[in-house]
Design a protein around this ligand. Structure first.
Ligand code: DGJ
Length: 590
């Protein structure tokens, strides 16, 4: 074993020991006084809570669920049974400030109490000026005073129920309320850290036209592009989102000019203009809140169907092609986050993980695939967490909720190891990417990790060889989802079809290098073969493959996998419908 491998082994061991020691100490004794914050580790950004990197195993409540906490009370035990450690919940402006200047945070206080009783953290969503582009959550005293609180206008001069981002009265009212919320959170939670992060607004953007056509908007549109934005473009030219860079460079990468001179004429420029002003508005609200209590803050976006132009989707929001505009306009927004309701999950997460944007998925459609997606984002993109929507409707006993529970159980065990490996190139995750149309691309994928002397090839087809058996007591053993089907014996894997249909069961795994010749594979429905990637004997063999689990951060070995379970030493397989992990040691021969 090389020095690097030895060091990695020592590191893994140290993590295990430290975690076990922490678990043995009471939470109060180790509580860090610093509030939840973001911290870089290598190329990753982690959420640090009570002094430790924290992975959010979340679920977002449906929009109205947090307005009647009595009705929600029976749900908490189900959320716990699904392995959640965090609930993502709205706070409504209309209910927090029913009369101007009279704040009422009793709902927030009850939510905090319920979360604490259930040993759960919270991410709060500020349903303030905008919710899915509209302003339906503003208080009645705002809704009914269109003169004081101006709205956007469609091209026909028709008002919209969308508060204008151009008027100080609007952002001052929102910022005052948000500031009051954050002050309240500081007072009731700065010592407990139940609330981890806050989302400012919800899916801000313009629809059905890409920009406001009010007189104010028209006159601002005719002015020059703010110098802060142009300075940002110049300073970050090489790292700009490719779509924005192309648009700017197509006009000569100008350092001054009107919106149309700098970006050209058309709906894309309408969108850029609105994007700057929406993000400035977010900045005013977020900065006011952070002045009271500087929790990490983010903005979320509704995504885009293929081929849609600005105006047809919720435009100008915190979308990946607009990340630089949002960054330049709103330094208090720590990251942008995708709400992923389309099947092409891997594609969107890759776009949001660009240029160092920390990835957190606050909303996603809960499907059978969610269990694989949850593993994928933390392993592949060092994500802070994953949180499917309308979680109160899911059940830990069946369907997507049951699969999510099993993925979360893996994540809970692996958390110390995952956070130790984030940002270092020693961990990844694989799953068959699914297209917008729902077609899974199941070709095998190669995995190379820093510090590992082997490449792994992960395939998602059922493996050759006799059927494996699930360990006694697991749902698969009890007649749950199938494990492997019989196939022809052989030393090579069949090539998977180039494109298969939508996967029936989630498939995917996190792969972590534990040393030069040792790795951990955790997930479901994968078959893994190995080949050496450094000089030496050319064939890889399996020295040992142990199923197991982490208990308080310590590895506890289960079955020694061999014989039929490794196809007589040819591969490592994690059964479809099972969520398991194996610690694998490799050797090489000629
Ligand atoms: C995205 C929004 O952010 C959520 O609040 C909710 O409206 C979902 N869409 C879908 O219902």
């Amino acid at each position: 074993m090389s020095a690097f491998g030895d060091e990695m082994r020592r590191q893994t061991f140290r993590i295990a020991v430290a975690t076990a020691a922490l678990a043995a100490t009471s939470a109060a004794q180790v509580r860090d006084t610093a509030i939840p914050q973001l911290r870089r580790q290598g190329t990753a950004t982690q959420l640090v809570v009570d002094g430790r990197a924290f992975l959010i195993r979340g679920g977002e409540l449906g929009n109205s669920a947090a307005s009647d906490l009595d009705a929600l009370r029976p749900v908490w035990s189900r959320l716990r049974a699904m392995g959640l450690n965090t609930v993502v919940a709205p706070v409504y402006w209309e209910m927090s400030e029913p009369a101007e200047g009279r704040f009422d945070f009793t709902l927030v206080d009850s939510l905090l109490a319920d979360a604490r009783r259930n040993d759960m953290r919270l991410v709060l969503l500020w349903f303030g000026t905008w919710k899915n582009s509209m302003s339906s959550y503003v208080p009645a005293w705002v809704k009914t005073d269109q003169t004081r609180f101006p709205r956007t206008e469609a091209v026909a001069g028709r008002g919209q129920e969308i508060l204008s981002p151009f008027h100080a009265a609007n952002w001052e009212a929102d910022a005052r309320a948000f500031r009051a919320l954050m002050r309240h959170l500081r007072e009731v939670d700065a010592a407990r850290h139940t609330v981890l992060m806050v989302q400012v607004e919800n899916e801000t953007g313009m629809i059905p036209e890409a920009r406001d056509h009010s007189r104010t908007a028209d006159s601002l549109y005719a002015r020059t592009v703010p110098s802060e934005l142009l300075a940002y473009l110049r300073a970050h030219r090489d790292a700009l989102a490719p779509e924005l860079r192309a648009r700017w460079e197509a006009q000569g990468a100008r350092g001054a000019g009107t919106w149309e001179e700098v970006f050209g004429l058309g709906v894309h420029t309408d969108e850029l203009f609105m994007s700057w002003h929406f993000a400035r508005y977010h900045e005013r609200v977020a900065a006011a809140g952070k002045a009271e209590y500087p929790l990490p803050m983010f903005a979320n976006a509704a995504l885009i169907r293929p081929g849609y132009l600005p105006g047809r989707y919720v435009s100008a929001g915190p979308l990946p092609h607009l990340i630089d505009v949002w960054r330049a306009a709103s330094p208090s927004t720590d990251f942008l986050a995708p709400d992923i309701y389309f099947p092409n999950f891997a594609e969107w997460t890759a776009k949001y993980a660009r240029s160092g944007n920390p990835l957190f998925v606050p909303e996603a459609r809960l499907t059978a695939q969610s269990a694989a997606d949850a593993l994928y984002v933390v392993g592949r993109h060092d994500a802070i967490g994953y949180s499917p929507f309308a979680i109160e409707n899911a059940s830990p006993d069946e369907g997507a909720g049951a699969a999510l529970a099993r993925a979360n159980a893996l994540l809970a065990q692996l958390e110390p190891l995952i956070v130790a490996h984030q940002g270092r190139g020693t961990m990844t995750a694989v799953m068959p990417p699914v297209s917008f149309d729902g077609v899974a691309e199941e070709s095998p994928q190669r995995v190379a990790l820093a510090g590992l002397d082997y490449v792994a090839t992960v395939s998602f087809a059922n493996p050759p060889g006799p059927p494996t058996t699930a360990p006694p007591g697991t749902p698969a053993a009890a007649g749950g989802p199938v494990s492997f089907s019989p196939g022809m014996p052989g030393a090579t894997l069949p090539t998977a079809p180039a494109a298969a249909t939508r996967p029936l069961a989630p498939r995917g795994a996190i792969v972590i290098a534990l040393g030069r010749d040792e790795l951990l594979i955790a997930g479901t429905g994968v078959v893994v073969t190995f080949a050496p990637s450094t000089p030496g004997p050319p064939i890889a063999g399996i020295l040992s493959a142990d199923e197991g689990r982490f208990v308080d951060g310590r590895w506890v070995r289960g079955r020694r996998m061999n014989g039929d379970q490794t196809h007589q030493g040819r591969h490592v397989a994690l059964g479809v419908g099972e969520f398991t992990m194996q610690r694998v040691r490799l050797y090489r021969y000629r």
